[in-house]
Design a protein around this ligand. Structure first.
Ligand code: G3H
Ligand code: 13P
Ligand code: NA
Ligand code: ZN
Length: 308
């Protein structure tokens, strides 16, 4: 069924694992993700950015996700990713989303509190949970370019959660959006000291990690082998994410890894079968590749297998 993240996060927190939040934009991506979750008997969060809503249409997304929940019987939350304002949140809620993110991380603290609180009041009145964000991820945070990490301050996180009433909080501890998270010679690091302090000061409160794709070098290599040109891609080491999932982190966002896997698979079909022009052949290969990634994440990153 379609559910909110409340129970999912409670069980994940207690069980020392995290729920995967995968971005969906079309039928094949959605099916790849839910097939992976179903195969591993895992709950899953399907999330749509505002550009995904624009691309596919909220009604299509909602109807497809409902069909997926009905067909698989697994627990699925439908979540707005990086909601920029109350209007976007209202549209998502009107379209049947069970969870929304309001991303006010680029505002100053007081403005972020004020806007988040407004969203929380509206969403809670409609039975919808709210993820907020404090701290700025390095790299490109939607349209906002953050040249450097602004790690989340644990004391500010406590005050923010108390004042806004948000249900979960995305924090900045060294992850970053996209396929080019770090310079090639940089050793990725997560600030587990900050996560630990937040966990200690906000007991039982679910934490979210954005920008958590691992950017598998072999998948990038496969894209490039079959005609792609993706240079200097770099992600977050899987062991670090697994450790975060065992702690207060209850939701881990991944989009880039799905994009890379789908692209590599489609490129391979095109390169090896130049005469092929049935979209089901290449989109189907992309869908299978996404399912594999999701199964791998559930086993090796999230720890959410058999938690339904
Ligand atoms: O963090 C952003 C997600 O990867 C969604 O990206 O806005 O291109 O759909 P998008
Ligand atoms: P990646 O770009 O690392 O996959 O992060 C996705 C994300 O945070 C979506 O909100
Ligand atoms: Na966890
Ligand atoms: Zn994100």
């Amino acid at each position: 069924p379609l559910v909110t993240t409340k129970e999912m996060f409670k069980k994940a927190y207690e069980g020392g694992y995290a729920i995967g939040a995968f971005n969906i934009n079309n039928l094949e991506i959605l099916q790849g993700v839910v097939r992976g979750a179903k195969a591993k008997n895992s709950p899953v969060i399907l999330q749509c950015s505002t550009s995904a809503l624009k691309y596919a249409g909220p009604k299509y997304l909602r109807a497809m996700v409902e069909a997926a929940a009905e067909e698989t019987g697994i627990d699925i939350a439908l979540h707005l990713d990086h909601g920029p304002d109350l209007e976007a949140v209202k549209l998502a809620i009107a379209s049947g989303f069970t969870s929304v993110m309001f991303d006010g991380s680029h505002y100053d603290f007081e403005e972020n509190v004020r806007r988040t609180k407004e969203v929380v009041e509206y969403a809670h009145a409609h039975g919808v949970v709210v993820e907020a964000e404090l701290g700025v991820l390095a790299g490109v945070e939607d349209d906002v370019v953050a040249a450097e990490h602004v790690y989340t301050d644990p004391d500010q996180a406590v005050e923010f959660v108390e004042r806004t009433g948000c249900d979960s909080l995305a924090i900045a501890i060294g992850t970053s959006h996209g396929a080019f998270k770090f310079p090639p010679d940089y050793e990725p690091q997560l600030r587990f000291d900050i996560l630990e302090e937040i966990q200690r000061k906000l007991p039982n409160f679910p934490i979210v990690l954005h920008g958590a794709s691992a950017v598998d070098p072999e998948t990038v290599e496969m894209c490039n082998k079959y005609g792609g040109n993706i240079a200097n891609a770099k992600g977050i080491p899987v062991e670090m994410l697994r450790k975060a999932a065992s702690m207060a982190v209850c939701k881990i966002n991944m989009d880039t890894d799905l994009r890379l896997a789908m692209t590599a698979a489609i490129r391979k079909v095109f390169a090896e079968n130049p005469a092929e022009f049935d979209p089901r052949k290449y989109l189907g290969a992309g869908r299978d590749a996404i399912q594999k990634v999701v199964e791998y994440k559930i086993e090796h990153v999230l720890g959410s297998a058999n938690r339904l």
